[in-house]
Write a protein that binds this ligand. Structure first.
Ligand SMILES: [Cu+2]
Length: 229
């Protein structure tokens, strides 16, 4: 789990581990694989960062849109982070016995699902790449991040800050590796460029400086909520 740094930091930055800033630790015999580890400035793994890999100088491949669900359970969003392709439709069911009011003011997608229980009236479509932060208007601590990506190769880091993609097209391609995280000043940071020859694998270790989770933007009415432990 990443240790969040204190809030108020004006900027975030990334740095690369070796050479020209890129830790290209070894090219081995595995085919079309890129392994990425994301660490914070203290060397702690960053969990639930989105990693996006793009082929440079190749026709852009569009990821297939799908459907996803972000549940509301015990007054929390489950999962609290998700990476989805552009144009994915996400349903926000409420499994609590109280009403939630789900909203986003994010540039990539702004929407509002007014107070409801059970199934919301409709899924929400996410046509623009970027990071969408959702909250609940009633329970201010509820927070989730939707990473809407425009590449077919993406995922979230695990508890060790690690993620890998092993199905990259064979060939003499260059790939760009990006880390997306809501705590980064720029939200998306290029952390490496990988020359991936046929039958090759590469490792990228990215150190990113991340800010604390955003301060809640609205204050809940005290009579309307009980603080979730
Ligand atoms: Cu709520």
């Amino acid at each position: 789990m990443a240790r969040w740094r204190g809030s108020g930091s004006a900027r975030a930055s990334w740095q690369l581990m070796t050479g020209l800033g890129l830790s290209l630790a070894g090219v081995t015999v595995l085919a079309g694989e890129v392994r990425v580890q994301v660490l914070d400035a203290d060397g702690e793994p960053v969990e639930k960062a989105a990693v996006v890999v793009r082929a440079i100088d190749a026709l852009p491949e569009r990821p297939a849109a799908g459907q996803a669900v972000i549940d509301q359970v015990d007054q929390e969003f489950v999962p609290s982070a998700i990476a989805v392709p552009v144009n994915t439709r996400i349903l926000f069911p409420n499994n609590d016995d109280i009403r939630h009011h789900v909203y986003s003011f994010s540039e990539a997608k702004s929407f509002e699902l007014s107070l409801y229980e059970g199934e919301p009236p409709r899924p929400i479509e996410f046509p623009n790449p970027g990071i969408v932060t959702i909250g609940c208007n009633i329970h201010d601590w509820m927070r989730a991040h939707i990473y809407v990506v425009d590449s077919p190769w993406y995922g979230l880091t695990d508890g060790n800050g690690a993620w890998r993609v092993s199905a990259l097209p064979a060939g003499d391609y260059q790939y760009r590796v990006e880390v997306w995280h809501h705590g980064l000043a720029e939200e998306r940071q290029t952390v490496g460029q990988v020359d991936l020859e046929r039958g090759a694998a590469a490792e990228v270790q990215a150190v990113v400086e991340i800010e604390a989770a955003p301060v809640p933007r609205r204050t809940p009415r005290p009579d309307r909520y009980r603080r979730y432990p």
